[in-house]
Every structure is written in C-alpha cells, then in structure tokens.
Design a protein around this ligand. Structure first.
Ligand code: MN3
Length: 225
C-alpha cells in the first residue's frame, strides 16, 4: 500500500514536470547509424541527445522565467527581437534541429518533386548549380551557423546563411522567408568524421537529404497567403 502511494506520487510528479515542459524533442524516425557513411552514428547520437536536447532544456527554462509558457515556437521566433539571447539561441536551436532531422533520410539520393524541381532549374539553372551555390554559401559562413534554402515573401527561392542558431523566421533576420531546407554547419555536426573538412561534409550530406520532405515544404510555402 505504502509502495503504491509512493509510486502514485512519483507518477504525478513526473506528469506535472512534463506538463510544464513546453517543448519536447520528437523521436527520430531513423536510427543513429541510418545515415552512414555520410553522417556517422556517433555524431548523430551526440547531436540529437546532447546538443538538440540541451537547446530544448534551456529553452524550456528560459520561457518559464520569461512567462512565455503558452507561446508556440513560431510565435517566439517571429518576436525574438523582444526576448533575451538565451531564448533566441535556444529557440533557434530547437526549431533548426527539429527541422534538420526531418530533412534527412536513410533513403539515399531522393529527388525533388516536379514543382520544386522546376523552380530550382529556373532559379539556379540546374540542380548541380543549386548545390554548388548552396555549398558555397554554407562553406563561407564564418564560424557556426546554418545555410538555408527559403521561399521568400515573393514566393521565390533564395539561398542564404545565418550565424549561430539564427534563422530566416526570426523577425530581425536580414532576409526573411520560410525555410524549406537547412543544413547545420556547426562543427558539432561534422567534426568527428570530417574534422576541419566542412566541404567534404557538405558534399556528402546531399546523399541523405529528404527531397520529398523539402518538396512538400516548398508546395506548402508557395500556397501560403
Ligand atoms: Mn547542431
């Protein structure tokens, strides 16, 4: 009886704790080693269970302190200039990584669907040119950050990069838009396997980009009012 009561109390305590934790990590839909040999299992495991988990934990603490518990991540990012740097860095960190995991797939060498494929060709000349321009942007981002393919408010495709955990959703981003593809160029995303060779990581990652997911995001972005 006493054991049951303790157990009951523990369950209630855990439930209350989870109710307060506004943001959580979605489970990965593939295993840590599923993206081998392009992204190694150890990098994936540390990236997901330590880096991303850390952003979520720090974000939850920061929004509680700032009384933002009921706000969505979109709302937080679209008003981020009003908040402190802890909310900015960890809010961006959570959004960017949650997106990044969905943009990767163990199905090797997927292709964009027709609408996106046409838009890439008409904007960048060819898929090959697009990847070249994207990798140029990603490799020249000094220090830590992200490279993005976005849909602009004019419904055009554009490539850009942002520092730290910033992204094009933030209200004070120099170029704003809806990210449909984002690649993490922090050293923690590639250093164990590629060391200082960011370009080798950038060449390899195209093998595991989920173009079906990117295409769906494109079609949704161009149809938004
Ligand atoms: Mn990262």
């Amino acid at each position: 009886m006493k054991t049951n009561l303790i157990l009951f109390t523990v369950i209630i305590a855990i439930t209350i704790q989870n109710l307060n934790a506004q943001f959580t990590q979605d489970s990965l839909v593939y295993s840590f080693d599923a993206l081998e040999p392009y992204i190694d299992a150890q990098t994936m495991e540390i990236h997901y269970t330590k880096h991303h988990a850390g952003y979520v934990k720090n974000l939850n603490k920061a929004i509680e302190e700032a009384n933002l518990l009921n706000k969505s991540i979109d709302h937080i990012l679209k008003n981020v200039s009003k908040y402190n740097s802890t909310i900015r860095n960890n809010g961006g960190g959570h959004y960017n990584h949650a997106l990044f995991w969905q943009l990767l797939t163990p199905m090797k060498n997927t292709k964009p669907l027709e609408k996106l494929s046409k838009a890439i060709d008409s904007t960048f000349g060819s898929m090959q040119n697009f990847k070249k321009q994207f990798n140029q942007e990603a490799s020249s981002r000094f220090g830590s950050g992200w490279a993005w393919l976005i849909v602009t408010p004019q419904k055009k495709l554009a490539i850009l990069s942002t520092p730290n955990q910033d992204n094009p959703v933030m209200d004070d981003a120099p170029v704003k838009g809806i990210p449909i593809l984002g690649i993490d160029v922090w050293e923690h995303a590639y250093y164990l396997k590629y060391q200082n060779k960011r370009n080798d990581y950038l060449d390899a990652i195209w093998n595991v980009i989920n173009w079906e997911d990117v295409s769906t995001r494109y079609e949704s972005a161009i149809s938004q009012k």
